[in-house]
Design a protein around this ligand. Structure first.
Ligand code: SAM
Length: 214
């Protein structure tokens, strides 16, 4: 299928480009280089972030990123002056990727599995994980001592807003299904493959990779 038809079908026509998320990553966290495993045809981060690496195992994603129309779209929409750097790998993100570890400012996890688990090695210390909880990845990151939970991002209409208020109220399960043991919680969330219900929820969660471990 034509690349622009795919982008329209999955993003524009659903009002689901999520551009505001990446504007916040750029303006609030100074992100310049991002990694997006499980991207499918979601090229929107390149509108705001100069250097992006995309990874997906789907052949349609590979064809999409090979299409010149995608570059033209990014050239039209981008907010920065430099040329956009867009690299796509058709890979399983669970296997080692041809990337240098600890070099990315941003790791994006949206509806595509436990990306924090498999790809946090590419994020630099102090770098940002932007995750939703559809597949439980935000819960996994909250349970992971390598990450510090620093903010939430919520959407109202087309507006996205960042908040650091009341963070302690997040990740409180609605039911007592999770133990206090980190290893057990991790195993449970990985097995479940989706997010559990929390008493307070957000559309997206922001974590910072800790610079060192105690
Ligand atoms: C529901 S789509 C989400 C696409 C995009 N992240 C978004 O938010 O619009 C999930 C994508 O993740 C990809 N995916 C899932 N597991 C993967 C893996 N282990 N390696 C590479 N890609 C994967 C699928 O091929 C699919 O394109």
């Amino acid at each position: 299928m034509d690349a622009m038809v795919l982008y329209t079908k999955y993003h524009t026509s659903r009002n689901d480009e999520r551009r505001g998320l990446f504007e916040i990553a750029r303006t609030e966290f100074g992100v310049e280089r991002g990694l997006y495993p499980g991207c499918f045809v979601h090229v929107t981060p390149s509108f705001c972030i100069e250097r992006m690496v995309y990874v997906d195992s789907d052949a349609r994603a590979a064809a999409f990123f090979a299409d010149g129309a995608v570059r033209a779209l990014v050239e039209r929409e981008k907010v920065y002056d430099s040329a956009a750097e867009i690299i796509f790998y058709r890979r399983d993100y669970r296997a080692p990727l041809p990337l240098v570890e600890e070099t990315f400012d941003l790791l994006i996890s949206q509806y595509a599995g436990p990306i924090s688990e498999h790809c946090k090695r590419y994020l630099r210390p102090g770098g940002i994980l932007l995750a939703n909880n559809s597949h439980g990845d935000a819960g996994l990151a909250d349970n992971d001592p390598e990450f510090q939970f620093v903010a939430v991002i919520n959407r109202r209409g087309q507006r996205y807003s960042l908040s650091t208020r009341d963070l302690d109220a997040h990740f409180v399960p609605k039911t007592r299904i999770l133990s206090a043991d980190r290893a057990e919680v991790r195993d449970y969330l990985l097995r479940l493959g989706r997010g559990v219900g929390y008493t307070k929820r957000a559309d997206n969660y922001v974590f910072r990779k800790r610079s060192f471990m105690w």
